[in-house]
Ligand binder design. Sequence first.
Ligand SMILES: Nc1nc2c(ncn2[C@@H]2O[C@H](COP(=O)(O)OP(=O)(O)OP(=O)(O)O)[C@@H](O)[C@H]2O)c(=O)[nH]1
Ligand SMILES: [Mg+2]
Length: 259
Amino acid sequence: MIGSLFVTGPAGTGKSTFCGAYKDWLIRNEYDAIIVNLDPGAEFLPYEPDIDIREFISLTDIMNDYSLGPNGAQIVAADLLLDNIDKIKSKLELYEDYYVIFDTPGQIELFSFRPGSTMLVKALAGQKAMLAFVADAIISQTPSGFISEKMLFGSVYSRFYIPMMFVLNKIDLIGSDRVKEISGWEEDPDILYDEFRDEKEDMIKDYFLNIIRSLKDSDIINKIFPISSKDMFGFEDIYTDMSNYFTGGEDTDTMYKDE
Ligand SMILES: Nc1nc2c(ncn2[C@@H]2O[C@H](COP(=O)(O)OP(=O)(O)OP(=O)(O)O)[C@@H](O)[C@H]2O)c(=O)[nH]1
Ligand SMILES: [Mg+2]
């Protein structure tokens, strides 16, 4: 692989839709890309996975074999991912000059907070791994929603400690003026703090001011990638960041292009 993007984030933020749309965008722009589905519980995927963990792990079998409900089975399945690394790796070897997009389970804690996940990322992608944290623009458009998404982002970052993008998905639902306001919070956390106070009607303590400041000081509040997976908008910036990281900005794929 040239590089990989592990796509994580809270349930329903559009991770799988993003994976499918971003792969299509890459291919449309003549970059080779595949998707690996790492969600054994996915019942429907908005794309055709090139490699699929469901070939090796069945949630229904786990529920039957271990007498578990769906949540317990998801936890066993997340741990069983590790036992299947070699099988996934041998399939990945067929895609030497490809970008690899990994779709991860809907429940963020299954991927981001299980001890095996950092090992999984290392084993599958080594140093060639980035993370995309997909947040929902509808939730992130309020100061409190934005702060909680950023804290979750920081929490995932502390687990993996590899380059990680804050991807604000579904911006088609909030409009460009709202996106500008959210970007303004990135640039000046004092504005975020003031608007947070307005939202909470001044009923807040320095506690939150300190949290916002420390998010800014730690660079957790720094850059957002506003996108719409529905409209395929904003993908260029994500690709630029990936390509800068993995290839130093050089297009190593030019040999696959017509021109
Ligand atoms: N308007 C709009 N809807 C979107 C966008 N991206 C995803 N959706 C919708 O959001 C819903 C959830 O999308 P998924 O891609 O399944 O989200 P997910 O994060 O993979 O969900 P889980 O894996 O179940 O956590 C679907 O109805 C998508 O059509 C977007 O950019 N704009
Ligand atoms: Mg999904």
